[in-house]
Design a binder for this molecule. Structure first.
Ligand code: 13P
Ligand code: ZN
Length: 278
């Protein structure tokens, strides 16, 4: 007897997370996308894994394929392209899909969802390439999340996009930023989204960072869990909000680099020291 897929923890997590992201104003219209690597055994409790509903070619918006072979056989739950985060909770079967990367990483097998003919996010290349990159660094990585958080985006228009400078400003805005993302934030220039090129560039950054800003577009986060990944983006967005609330005002106080170092030592972690001015 199969369990009810609508009650699966991973479907619930996708519903709750997309609802939170929408509620926070990060994901207007169809903005943003999530891919979540699932445990085959767990999915097997809810779905017959031999039943493929549809085979979908692997591609971004420009119909160019890319090599997903390192992920062959892996199962992901992924938001659908053009789908609104605001609608996921009330109709997960239309707005989400559970897909398995097919033989040779050349296509995907739909196991559930995308009801009415949907397909995975147009950012699938960036998501899959980011999973490949993160899994090399952290075999427990499961989540890749893309979003358009308001203040993070606003900051892109008025702040230097240099990685060190951008990270340093974020670290300065909330005491715990350096503890939450000690490796800093990668920054890509404005690039055409939905392409393999932006996927390759994002994945390259993901070798060093769990957070990558797509200048004047949004942000990518990666992590072991939905909470970790959401928390990373949430913390950047909070710091960016404080920056946007204060950037035009005279600065009277600041968190010093020496203080950040004390935090790093207290938590017993290492950080991108070259992003500090000591
Ligand atoms: P999708 O609707 O294809 O997921 O695209 C949304 C988006 O944010 C593109 O960058
Ligand atoms: Zn986007």
């Amino acid at each position: 007897m199969m369990k009810n897929i609508f009650e699966a923890p991973f479907v619930r997590e996708m519903c709750e997370t997309t609802a939170n992201m929408y509620r926070l104003g990060w994901d207007e219209r169809n903005g943003g996308n999530i891919s979540y690597l699932l445990d085959e055994k767990e999915v097997g409790e809810y779905l017959d894994l031999t039943k493929v509903l549809r085979t979908i070619p692997l591609m971004g918006v420009n119909e160019e394929d890319f090599d997903a072979s390192p992920l062959e056989g892996k199962i992901f739950i992924v938001t659908g392209t053009g789908k609104y985060f605001k609608n996921v909770e009330k109709d997960p079967e239309t707005n989400l899909g559970i897909v398995r990367i097919g033989k040779g990483g050349k296509n995907i097998e739909l196991l559930w969802g995308y009801k009415g003919g949907g397909r995975p996010t147009s950012e699938f290349p960036a998501h899959m390439m980011s999973h490949i990159a993160r899994l090399k660094v952290d075999p427990e990585n499961r989540v890749v999340m893309h979003s358009h958080p308001t203040n993070t985006l606003a900051m892109n228009f008025v702040h230097d996009l240099d990685e060190k400078k951008f990270t340093h400003t974020l670290w300065e805005m909330c005491t715990e930023c350096i503890v939450v993302f000690p490796e800093g934030v990668g920054v890509l220039p404005w690039m055409l989204c939905g392409t393999s090129e932006i996927g390759v560039a994002t994945a390259k950054k993901m070798e060093q960072f769990r957070l990558v800003v797509w200048a004047m577009h949004g942000i990518y986060g990666a992590g072991k869990t939905m909470d970790e990944t959401f928390g990373l983006i949430e913390t950047v967005e909070k710091a960016a909000q404080i920056y946007m609330l204060t950037a035009h005002l005279p600065r009277k106080n600041t968190i010093k680099d020496a203080d950040m170092l004390k935090l790093i030592e207290l938590f017993g972690i290492s950080c991108r020291k070259d992003f500090l001015d000591l």
